[in-house]
Design a protein. Sequence first.
Length: 203
Amino acid sequence: MNKIQRSIEAVMAGTLQVEREPDYCLKLARQVVENANGWKSGELYTRVNIWAHLTPANKRRAPAVPWARSLEQAFIDQRMTVPLGQVRAGDLVFSRLPADEGHVGVVGLDAKGQPRVLENATVRRGVQLGGSVNWVPLEQWGGLTTVGRLPDAWVLEADPVVVHGQPGTAEAERTVVRIFDPATNLQVGTGTLVADKVYVHPK
């Protein structure tokens, strides 16, 4: 499961509250990533070491408030980028419109599996989700300069580990799952999911 996609869907459903005042694109992107990972506010900045990558203009005009352009620079400097053709849900996309502060959005997939961008913007485009939040087809997101790739662990749920035997945990903590043979894609049994392990049910 893509954790970022799940948080984007929560924004669209109204169950995750994000910044809706204009001019806070970076705050919205940060809120989505931090919600997906259960991080405290501002932790994304620490994890990407944004303070070491502030642009000269950012340092001069707002040294205590990072800009989207500085986050883009952090991704570029740390080689955390991919070509546009490899974009996936959970990536961050950047533009330099405006050139000084920049702009950032979060990539997700629509119901047809097509990439879109969740953004906080001063312009209205795509599907409007209230306030300054838009859900925009990627091809309509103008001025794209960089696709930032977050580490897999920040985007994707870890695959569960399958072990044999029954867990000694409360029934409320258990989730029954189906187990498939990856070679044939046929169901071969069921199990109980506890934390990150699947305990196989005896046949």
